[in-house]
Design a protein around this ligand. Structure first.
Ligand code: 4GY
Length: 255
């Protein structure tokens, strides 16, 4: 797949692609990333890409015409029968979720627009942007970090990127629930005055019991932190009878 990134700060992207488990996905070209510096398409004589907002007020707006030229160059380079979607990142976008990441990971890529300043001339968004995505309810100084977030989430789903194909089947959200807790050495961890053991079941070698415990932990954490996700999993038919039993209120022990 191929992602074309339109940005004023292409140098932000290189370091991410050079490190960590996702590096292989980028270096192998499994996830090809082409960077387009919006400045190269700016208005002469000084390659201007922004100007003041009509109606007044603070800040600057990304100009539609440089964006039009950049997009035309990307579209020409991609030369696709089925044009890739143009994605803009904004707090006003649809919340990015794992199901959307999975769809990108299985697709042919996209064009990612990384806005800066106060945003993009609305006429360019209305005419050209196919999808607006938000990575959360906070305000960043640009769309570059959200684009990196999407690229990272897509890259780690590529075959062979995580050492073990099972790792991302056990992630948070892989089945619509949050992940269970994880433990490693030592078996008893000195913390403050005491020692904290690893939960017994994880040392039992009883694989079915371990699997059940992990599922119960995932259900309990998800109910405590994100009850909306439990409801959505239930509505999607992703909870079986054993899951419902784990979620059911415990009968009060008789005295
Ligand atoms: N949050 N999720 C976000 C953002 C900042 C457009 C320039 C976010 O996706 N993008 O905060 N983007 C951009 C918004 C103008 C700054």
């Amino acid at each position: 797949m191929r992602f074309d990134v339109i940005t004023l700060f292409p140098e932000l992207f290189g370091p991410h692609q050079a490190h960590g488990v996702t590096r292989r996905a980028f270096e192998s070209g499994q996830v090809e990333v082409r960077l387009w510096n919006l400045r190269d398409f700016g208005d002469p004589p000084h390659a201007r890409v922004d100007d003041r907002p009509y109606g007044g007020g603070p800040g600057m707006v990304l100009l539609a015409e440089p964006l039009e030229r950049a997009l035309a160059a990307v579209r020409a380079a991609r030369a696709e029968a089925d044009p890739a979607p143009l994605v803009n990142f904004s707090p006003a976008g649809e919340p990015l979720r794992q199901d959307r990441v999975e769809a990108f990971a299985a697709g042919a890529g996209a064009i990612l627009l990384c806005a800066r300043y106060e945003g993009v001339d609305q006429r360019f968004i209305d005419a050209r942007v196919d999808l607006e995505l938000s990575i959360g309810d906070y305000v960043l100084s640009g769309g570059d970090l959200p684009a990196l977030v999407l690229l990272d989430a897509v890259a780690r789903l590529q075959p062979g990127v995580l050492g073990d194909a099972r790792s991302h089947q056990q992630d948070s959200f892989s089945d619509g629930l949050l992940d269970c807790p994880h433990y490693s050495r030592p078996e008893r961890l000195a913390v403050g005055a005491g020692e904290v053991p690893v939960p017994d079941v994880l040392l039992s070698g009883h694989h079915a019991a371990i699997e059940r415990w992990r599922r119960d932990q995932a259900l309990a954490t998800t109910r405590a932190r994100r009850p909306d996700l439990v409801e959505a999993a239930r509505a999607a038919g992703r909870l079986d009878a054993a899951d419902e039993a784990a979620l059911a209120p415990k009968p009060r022990p008789k005295l």
